[in-house]
Design a protein around this ligand. Structure first.
Ligand code: ZN
Length: 387
């Protein structure tokens, strides 16, 4: 074992150091970055700005930032100007067993006044404008060979026809929403761009990726001013930093570790912020979780309590082992319109890792540790630090 050799070679003092660093970084966080479009599929083209080029450039920049952290594993659906089928983009993420799938696109609208960034999660939408965006992005399948056979039953003009597949994947929705908010918050606060909020729509490129997944429309290239920003080196670099920062935060919140400081430059000529309230079509995840059911336990709630979230669902499920692949000690909280089911609880972080492994062996692949103090969610870093 490599680790053993290293440890042997080090003094007792540095051994302690190595052990603690290892504890923080031995969980790799795998991200699949998906640059929209490619080759003969240009995406949207306005004012000489080409979506496929901007998307690729931003995706490569995000990857370059992430790759500097050895605990990040990055893979790409494309690194050059090539055409990749939408379903293959999902397969690439699935084969990589990615923890997060991030698809990067540019928006466009005939109304060239429209501007601002939006981040989509997979799902049903009642909003005509969100469905329009999904329809436009999904339309690229008609450029693929044999698309009628490959996407049998799917009508690109009716994004709703994807929905039956979507409902089965509710378990990834709350983390997708959580990540989408991190991206939009960064665009808003750190980058000083206009944000149009977290939205939900049926995107073909998301629907067969089995992990938390989002599609980011980084802005409108149909808007001359925003298009110029998206097309600029500085714009792309800072958008990439904002996305990378959100990914680092997602990792830190669920897997621990630190968030590197990325010097994100606010837009020099920020597009005027409008006073319209942010569109939120999806449930907010920021409200404090409400504990619905908490069995009497031996944990000290004034100290960090680690639980394992195994499932999130819109519907309430009885917390019997039969409903949770045999796992007992299930508690449930209500948050952001979801019932979130937690397995076990302990004040000991190391013990919670064992619970996590147990949950995974019972089939909950996307399970993760959630720390609480006095019934309120806290970050993993805070929990481990102040233990
Ligand atoms: Zn696109």
């Amino acid at each position: 074992m490599k680790m053993t050799k290293i440890k042997k070679a080090l003094s007792v003092l540095s051994l302690v150091f190595v052990a603690s660093v290892t504890a923080q970084t031995n969980t790799k966080f795998k991200v699949t970055l998906d640059a929209g479009h490619g080759d003969h599929d240009f995406g949207a083209v306005y004012h000489g700005f080409v979506e496929k080029n901007i998307a690729l450039s931003v995706a490569l920049k995000v990857g370059k930032i992430l790759e500097q952290d050895p605990s990040m594993v990055v893979n790409y659906t494309r690194k050059t100007d090539v055409f990749v089928d939408l379903v293959e983009r999902c397969n690439i993420a699935n084969r990589a067993d990615a923890n997060l799938f991030v698809s990067i696109h540019c928006n466009a609208n005939r109304n060239q006044e429209a501007y601002g960034a939006e981040t989509y999660v997979m799902g049903l939408s009642k909003s005509a404008s969100s469905l329009e965006v999904a329809k436009k992005e999904n339309a690229v399948i008609t450029l693929e060979d044999n698309y009628k056979q490959k996407y049998a039953g799917y009508n690109p003009n009716s994004p709703e026809s994807l929905i039956s597949a979507t409902l089965a994947q509710e378990e990834y929705l709350d983390q997708s929403i959580e990540f989408a908010h991190k991206v939009q918050d960064n665009f808003d606060v750190k980058l000083n761009r206009k944000v149009r909020g977290v939205k939900q729509a049926p995107f073909m490129v998301l629907h067969k990726a089995f992990m938390p997944r989002v599609l980011i429309e980084i802005g409108f290239i149909s808007n001359k001013e925003e298009g110029a920003y998206l097309n600029s080196e500085e714009g792309q670099l800072n958008i990439a930093k904002s996305i990378a920062d959100a990914i680092f935060r997602m990792k830190a919140d669920h897997f621990g570790g630190t968030v590197p400081v990325l010097d994100i430059k606010k837009s020099e000529r920020p597009v005027k912020k409008d006073t319209i309230k942010k569109t939120v079509e999806t449930p907010q995840v920021k409200e404090a979780p409400k504990v619905i059911e908490s069995k009497v336990s031996a944990v000290d709630n004034s100290k960090p309590v680690f639980k394992i979230q195994i499932k999130a669902s819109k519907s309430e499920i009885e917390t019997s082992p039969a409903n949770f692949n045999g796992l007992d000690k299930i508690s449930v909280i209500s948050e952001g319109g979801f019932f979130k089911y937690m397995y076990g609880e302990t004040n000991n972080y190391e013990a919670s890792k064992k619970l996590l492994t147990e949950a995974k062996t019972k089939g909950y692949d996307s399970a993760f540790i959630v720390p609480f103090r006095n019934g309120v969610k806290i970050s993993l870093n805070e929990a481990v630090k102040k233990k």
